[in-house]
Design a protein around this ligand. Sequence first.
Ligand code: MSP
Length: 507
Amino acid sequence: MFYITTAIVYANGDPHLGHAYELVLTDVIARYRRMIGDDVYFTTGLDEHGQKVQQSANKLGVKPIELCNDIASKFNDLCAELQISNNDYIRTTENRHKRVVQTILQELYDKKEIYKDDYKGFYSVKQEQFLQEKDRVEDGSWAEEFGEVIEIVESNYFFKLSQYQDWLIDFIKTNENFIFPQFRQKQVLEFLKNPINDLCISRPVERLSWGIPLPFDPGFVTYVWFDALINYISAIKYGSDQFSDIWPVNIHVIGKDIILPAHAIYWPIILHACGIDLPQSLLVHGFWNFSGRKMSKSSGETIDPLSLVKEYGTSAFRYFFTREMNVGQDSDYSLDQFIKRYNSDLGNDLGNLVSRLLNMGARYSDCLVPPVTVQDEPEKELLTLWETTRDEAVELYDGMQFHIALERTFTFIRAINRYTEIRAPWALAKSDEADDQKKLESTLGTIAESLRLSAALLAPVTPDISLKIYKLLGLSEISTWDLELSWSSRLEGKVMGEKTILFPRSQ
Ligand code: MSP
């Protein structure tokens, strides 16, 4: 089983582009793995506890769970609109999750991995964390990102994180592919050069009531990260047969802001302390910026992904965000660039090719895909280019280089357009020669087949458009790549659809 997850989103605001991107990226990988024959299990969800959610709900004058229900429904709509193929949606307020969090806490408590102590320190209300000296800026005050900082002393429970530091360093060094891209792995090792502290995992209920109570002391709820990270195992029923079938996870997809310390330090250590296998890898993507600045709920600069999907379609959205991001790096979003890609790659290169073929099919071959009997230089060239494109693209998908895989695929699509120009079916149609008739038929057959192959190669990124193209070529479904990616004559005699505009031009 190939298990893949996204981070679970904080339930304190509407979906924005960053969330949509993470869902799409993860879905592209999930669909790619299914295409190569893997059995995939894919989860995403909502992180509902914590001070921020409690505060947002208070501000709105609603109960925290009401706010969470509302946000969960917006995210479920987003998943549907983006055609995210997740198998489950885990919410941290569900009993199935709370039970597992409490089980893990109890296990660690029984193993004496958790102890009670006094904690005195500076606390950032905004970030829900105690701060350390290194969080101060030059003039001695706290960095702006921490918002209001207050000094508090309170009794709390601590998880013995620090004793695992050497083990973790060793684990990361011996598992070179634990974190992708590589430079993030180096950053984590750099971070681990300084001693790590034990982790305060509780909050007194008087300060925070919106959380999961500690099973061994109901006067406290558990810390948000301890609660949130466990979604990855609660979603697959920790302790059950399903869990044994699915765990360990193959890829946790996360953004660069939550690798340290949560996913690279807390999570491996929690699992190790519980005797649970470690994740195989963490895929850390970069951020979408808006004119170079971070897009976040607090800065107010968010873009409603649903409005883009409604205007340009699911596949256009998925295509743009996969084509423009080198996974691991940051990328800039602009509507101009979005429209440019939409009009040029999708509209001109792909969309026009489809409508041209259907148009010629109606005029010259009674809408049937004709047989390919001529294999001259232009056909051979296209076939050779297909074979290199396919081999390279599959390898690029495997190496998370989706933007280059798409670039190669579109180079091939442009080559189909060039081939059409060279063969000029409209000129061949004017000739009475039998040879030209054969060439005309072969040209249409060749265009149809190369279009089918391109659609199959694009399927993880543009599932609905790929399926639409398949249907327009007289096929009903796209199967796995071992069956779909070889040049064949399976379209011969199939009935093509009516002329269709897949991507109406946008201004
Ligand atoms: N709730 C935590 C994650 C818990 S996972 C056990 C959280 N939530 S979040 O809503 O702030 O972010 C969810 C995901 O969206 C994170 O992986 C984050 O990196 C990602 N993104 C948030 N803004 C983003 C961009 N502008 N661009 C790309 N991804 C971004 O963190």
